[in-house]
Ligand binder design. Structure first.
Ligand code: HEC
Length: 119
């Protein structure tokens, strides 16, 4: 009986580790450019937004390149994101995240092969 209890404990602990690991990798996979755009851009640039509605196909590829390279920091460094702890947009979005968002926007711009909204 005691041995059974120990084995059960080991099995439960093992399952917990497996569950945690698979959850972590599912989360990593989910964080693609599209998800990031939806969570970090669409929150302020949805339909009827006073800041203007922006989805990838709002602009053409050159305009997105120009925006991310020359405009993004200037237009967002003083904008506070209430959805993400009231931090500045440029502090919430890491360079890694921004790279993915930019790629998603450029890949699905109005003049790309696959124009897209972010859903
Ligand atoms: C917390 C709100 C917020 C978030 C998050 C946000 N923006 Fe903005 N965005 C603004 C505001 C405010 C402006 C300025 C509007 C203005 O000046 O009229 C702006 C302006 C813009 C402009 C126009 C810039 C220009 O030169 O006129 C674009 C394009 C844009 N945002 C895209 C994005 C993208 C892409 C993301 C995600 C990486 C993003 N925004 C995230 C609030 C936000």
């Amino acid at each position: 009986m005691r041995l059974t209890g120990k084995i059960a404990t080991v099995i439960v602990a093992g399952l917990a580790v497996i569950a945690m690991t698979s959850m972590a990798s599912a989360k990593d996979k989910k964080v693609d450019g599209r998800t990031l755009f939806r969570e970090h851009c669409k929150v302020c640039h949805g339909p009827d937004s006073p800041n203007g509605e922006y989805t990838p196909m709002t602009l053409i590829q050159d305009q997105w390149e120009d925006f991310f390279d020359n405009n993004y920091v200037n237009t967002h460094k003083d904008v506070v994101d209430a959805k993400h702890g009231n931090k500045k947009v440029t502090d919430v979005i890491t360079p890694e995240m921004l790279k993915k968002i930019k790629k998603f926007a450029v890949d699905h711009a109005a003049d790309s092969e696959h124009p897209m909204t972010c859903g």
